[in-house]
Design a binder for this molecule. Sequence first.
Ligand SMILES: [Zn+2]
Length: 64
Amino acid sequence: MSHTARDLLDSLGAIWSPDLDAYAAGRIDASQIRCVLCQHAPCDCPPFGSPEYMALIDKRHHRR
Ligand SMILES: [Zn+2]
């Protein structure tokens, strides 16, 4: 029994936007989905790859 796919889904679910369900159901527009990193809609993240951006990712992955 492989855990890989399940683990991948779990890790995605952990950082997935809570607005995705609403989008999938057609209740909100794509532009209204809050970013999983900065929690803003539209996204207000620092430039990709910048130290600020990496810090955001780090924060989201190591949430306590
Ligand atoms: Zn963002």
